[in-house]
Design a protein around this ligand. Structure first.
Ligand code: FES
Length: 119
């Protein structure tokens, strides 16, 4: 499917704030985000697997203080930034990946059967 532009590569700093975007997940509006971790981009639905809540307490802050884990602000579940796997806390499985690519200094995401553009 057609890649959708998100932002400039330089907008996403390693271990820094997430870049949010809107999607439809199985037809329902949902937010997603992309982060950079150890130099690579990873995008996830912004939906905890404990309770279907967004991870961030402060807008776009999804890394814990160590910068090594994504943390859900509600009950402290930790997720691996690169694999989305649940690492600790009450999560029930891993985060759902959104395909993201980086080309010529730009970041794009790619819809799939479950995750579609919001508009
Ligand atoms: S809603 Fe995320 S840990 Fe409970």
């Amino acid at each position: 499917m057609k890649a959708i532009p998100l932002c400039a590569s330089t907008d996403i700093v390693d271990g820094g704030d997430a870049w949010p975007f809107e999607v439809l997940h199985q037809g329902y509006p949902c937010r997603a985000f992309v982060v950079r971790f150890e130099g690579r981009l990873h995008a996830w639905l912004n939906r905890c697997t404990h309770v279907a809540m967004e991870l961030d307490l402060m807008p776009n802050r999804v890394f814990d203080a160590s910068g090594q884990w994504l943390i859900c602000a509600s009950h402290g579940a930790l997720f691996d930034p690169a694999s989305g796997a649940c690492a600790a806390g009450p999560c029930n499985g891993g985060l759902q990946r959104v395909q993201v690519i980086e080309q010529h200094g730009q970041v794009f995401w790619t819809p799939d059967a479950d995750i579609r553009p919001a508009s």
